[in-house]
Design a protein around this ligand. Structure first.
Ligand SMILES: [Zn+2]
Length: 279
């Protein structure tokens, strides 16, 4: 089943896309349009619907928040259509020249995206005729991820920093410590509206992000404590009563799992303690 819908919030147009070959979509990707700027491009599996809904917009520039396939799936087609510049962080520009392979679960939910050599580096600020967006690096979920913040309006385009108050799965490259640092950085900003790429929040955005930060800090603390006590990964999972979905783990070839969350904390702790030791 495919779902495509649009909404308007203040001067922002939002586009919501979801697809699932076996029933109701469980995840949605959002594309935002504001003052000539298109933020992200949605996923490959919804290309027809995305091109249909976006083709008549007056797009003058595109910004990519990070290299994941649900944000970059239609970049080439939209570039060809709008003939406008595309910007991203320097790390995103590099990653998009040779994007990492995706798992069958990602392929089924989102679809793949090809390499793209036509992205320019834009960091610090991005201007549109009426707004100025601060570009803030928020690594952790992806090394190249940034959010866009319009200070006057209090709009935060948060990419995948929040998504939900609680998260059950990580991809293997994610770092929980970096995500905690990124959330703390963003929580110093003054915002209410959180234009999340999967789950936009029009009020209480900051509260929702605080909830996720709390969840991550508790999770991190508990895993680190058990790890220092000598618990193995599987006994940590048992001790913390974490539910594991074998279906998701197998379909994603291990790319998406609860174990990755635990492993991430152990890795982060090892490098933190290593740094302390060598200082
Ligand atoms: Zn992502």
């Amino acid at each position: 089943m495919k779902i495509a819908s649009t909404f308007q919030f203040e001067n922002i147009q939002g586009f919501k896309f979801g697809s699932n070959p076996f029933g109701q979509p469980k995840m949605f990707a959002h594309v935002y349009f504001i003052d000539g700027l298109l933020i992200d491009t949605g996923h490959r599996n919804m290309r027809k619907e995305i091109m249909k809904l976006l083709h008549s917009l007056p797009v003058h520039q595109i910004y990519i928040t990070h290299h994941h396939e649900d944000h970059t799936g239609n970049l080439k087609q939209l570039q060809d259509h709008f003939k406008c510049p595309t910007y991203a962080s320097s790390m995103c520009v590099e990653l998009m020249k040779k994007p990492p392979k995706i798992s069958p679960a990602q392929w089924m939910t989102w679809g793949n995206r090809p390499a793209n050599f036509n992205i320019q580096i834009q960091e610090n600020h991005l201007k549109t005729p009426n707004y100025c967006f601060e570009i803030i690096p928020i690594p952790g979920h992806a090394v190249d991820m940034v959010c866009l913040f319009e200070r006057e309006k209090g709009w935060l385009f948060s990419a995948d920093l929040w998504v939900h108050d609680y998260i059950r799965y990580f991809m293997h490259a994610e770092s929980m410590r970096q995500q905690i640092e990124s959330m703390k950085k963003v929580l110093t900003l003054d915002f209410e509206v959180m234009l999340c790429s999967h789950n936009p929040q029009f009020k209480n955005g900051k509260n929702r992000l605080e909830k996720k930060l709390q969840f991550f800090e508790d999770f991190y603390g508990e895993v680190a404590k058990l790890n220092h006590q000598g618990y193995s990964i599987s006994s940590i999972i048992r001790e913390m009563n974490l539910k594991r979905s074998w279906q998701i783990r197998i379909l994603s070839l291990g790319e998406l799992s609860t174990i990755n969350m635990v492993r991430s904390v152990i890795r982060d702790e090892e490098s933190r303690l290593g740094n302390l030791f060598y200082k």
